[in-house]
Design a protein. Structure first.
Ligand code: HEC
Ligand code: HEC
Length: 235
């Protein structure tokens, strides 16, 4: 009897999951116009202040698309882009970008700043109430898709800086459904910490010692697993 109840619950869960899922093929067609700014592969932004969408969690993408469409998250450059799109269209777009492989850029900045960023990312700053980013965004920065915690790995640093400052200033309020956890997290980060975290995140997952030039700039020498790791900056 218990097993049967459990099976019923599971099938309901699966049914609702299937119902909510978007169709990547339909999303691909709708995304052609987005490529102008977010890249054909969803990970080649026109400007470094524009985010990568490829490999981002579907749930997170859908939530942001809804917030952008309703103008709760105001993005001047995206004015009109989502006009007339149905809820199903947004789900399809989210499914499409989530299905693309994410891309990681090179971590930049000096070794000291990156080490400081890594310490905050992995352990937080206890005395200032800053939680470990890795607890929600995962140690490798790929996020937590079922929870809707976004992937941070590979995001161009200027984009991440802008988001952390917007959360800190209370201007970005899309974390309302999560009890304002990102505004709380960013509240006491300094400008220097934000810059360092953003440069660190751009290159996460960080290669193991030996595979990058040390000291000085972090540099990737090999592609890491399924990720499309680009060889570092030109230098
Ligand atoms: C003219 C340039 C432009 C076009 C075209 C554009 N975007 Fe954007 N998009 C941006 C910018 C700029 C941001 C980030 C702004 C900010 O918050 O700092 C953004 C942010 C986003 C985000 C939030 C990502 C995150 O990590 O939170 C999503 C999702 C998104 N765009 C999807 C789309 C989709 C889907 C389309 C096509 C229907 C599209 N965009 C077309 C410029 C553009
Ligand atoms: C308790 C969980 C939690 C912790 C800890 C946390 N985050 Fe987040 N983070 C979130 C959630 C949830 C969102 C999405 C909020 C939304 O919907 O806009 C987010 C969003 C972000 C974004 C915006 C991503 C994008 O694509 O626009 C950045 C950047 C970010 N977090 C960085 C950090 C950093 C850096 C730390 C550590 C100092 C951190 N987060 C700690 C849960 C967390």
């Amino acid at each position: 009897m218990q097993v049967r109840n459990w099976l019923v619950a599971l099938s309901l869960l699966l049914a609702s999951a299937a119902q909510g899922a978007g169709d990547p093929a339909a999303g691909k067609i709708l995304s052609l116009i987005c490529a102008a700014c977010h890249g054909m592969d969803g990970a080649t932004s026109l400007l470094p202040t524009y985010p990568h969408l490829a490999g981002q969690s579907e749930k997170y993408l859908l939530q942001q698309l809804q917030s952008i469409q309703s103008n709760e998250r105001q993005i001047l450059e995206m004015t009109g882009q989502l006009f007339g799109k149905s809820p199903q269209d947004l789900e399809n777009i989210a499914a499409y970008y989530a299905s693309l492989p994410g891309k990681v850029l090179a971590a930049d900045g000096d070794a000291e700043a990156l080490a400081k960023a890594q310490a905050i990312y992995r352990g937080g700053v206890l005395e200032r109430g800053i939680p470990a980013c890795a607890a929600c965004h995962s140690p490798a920065g790929e996020g937590n898709a079922p929870a809707g915690f976004p992937r941070l790995s590979g995001q161009p640093a200027p984009y991440t800086v802008a988001q952390l400052k917007a959360f800190r200033a209370g201007q970005r309020t899309t974390d309302e459904g999560y009890g304002g956890m990102m505004r709380d997290t960013a509240r006491s980060l300094t400008d220097g910490e934000i810059d360092a975290l953003a440069l660190y995140l751009q290159g996460l997952p960080v290669p193991q010692p030996g595979s990058f030039a040390w000291p000085g700039r972090f540099q990737f020498s090999a592609s890491a697993g399924a990720e499309d790791v680009q060889a570092g900056a030109a230098d």
